[in-house]
Design a protein. Structure first.
Length: 251
């Protein structure tokens, strides 16, 4: 059995009970960079630990090789845990891994995790929806550049007051901002960038579409980081609870 398992966003207490159970039962754990290494301490003695994570920018293992590793371990062991940061199906490629296993008649289960897309804003005091402020939110890849010939990201539809959470976008922030301004979003639209959310190193930089690129550059925020766009960011002024000192003013 292969458990395609979410490790949560960082804070180990955001691991689900089900994920903890399979981590303790696992014969092998195949894990990513974003999975909190503290979780691995829960593994039983003799459990094999296989790192297949991606370092910033460089890929330790391409996805097809990761698929192959999972498959080979499934042939070798009874209980395989594939541990991924956040939720395995939110930009986690868990679906691809499952399809690969399905073709080879290997049984699997998904164990959802607490995705960073919602929990990291929460730890920064930003609710992704809020009565009278935002009635919907979406989670978008921040990885695509605006000049990509055939963008799959529907920028034109991002004109409403919906909250937009961009994952994987830190190094592309200037392009994301440029695109939102291009479709007519106001320069004073609130933006937050949250780095290493739910961990003791969490840092949040807030600003507007007009200021955020410079502010994030000055702060030299490390990855992983996500970007929240929308008026819900203003609520942080009142609702922040987790970080110590830091910026709250949008101006
Ligand atoms: N499956 C994961 C997302 C994988 S994509 C999930 O559900 O959370 C990786 C991106 O997630 C990073 O580039 C970053 O944008 C975001 N991310 C993951 N953990 C984070 C954290 N602790 N703080 C801020 N962003 C995080």
């Amino acid at each position: 059995m292969v458990y395609l398992t979410g490790a949560g966003p960082g804070d180990i207490e955001l691991l689900t009970l089900k994920a903890l159970r399979v981590v303790r039962e696992a014969d092998v754990i195949i894990y990513d960079r974003l999975a909190n290494p503290e979780i691995l301490k829960e593994a039983k003695e003799g459990c094999e630990l296989v790192y297949v994570g991606k370092e910033d920018g460089k890929h330790t293992l391409p996805q097809d090789q990761i698929n192959e590793v999972i498959y080979q371990k499934a042939l070798q062991y009874d209980t395989v845990v594939r541990l991924k940061g956040g939720d395995p199906l939110v930009f986690g490629r868990g679906g691809e891994e499952a399809a690969f296993l399905k073709e080879r008649r290997i049984a699997y289960e998904f164990i959802p995790g607490v995705t960073s897309a919602i929990s990291v804003p929460a730890y920064a005091g930003i609710p992704v929806t809020h009565r009278g402020v935002a009635v919907s939110f979406r989670v978008v890849t921040g990885h695509e550049t605006p000049n990509k010939a055939q963008s799959q990201v529907d920028w034109e539809s991002m004109k409403s007051d919906e909250t937009i959470v961009f994952l994987m976008g830190l190094h592309n922030l200037h392009n994301i901002v440029a695109n939102l301004l291009r479709i007519g979003r106001e320069a004073d639209t609130p933006v937050a960038v949250i780095s290493r959310g739910t961990t003791p190193e969490q840092r949040t930089v807030v600003g507007t579409l007009g200021t955020i690129v410079d502010r994030v550059r000055e702060a030299a925020l490390p990855t992983p980081a996500l970007i929240v766009v929308g008026r819900v960011v203003e609520l942080r002024g009142v609702l922040r609870w987790y970080e110590g000192e830091g910026e709250t003013s949008l101006q």
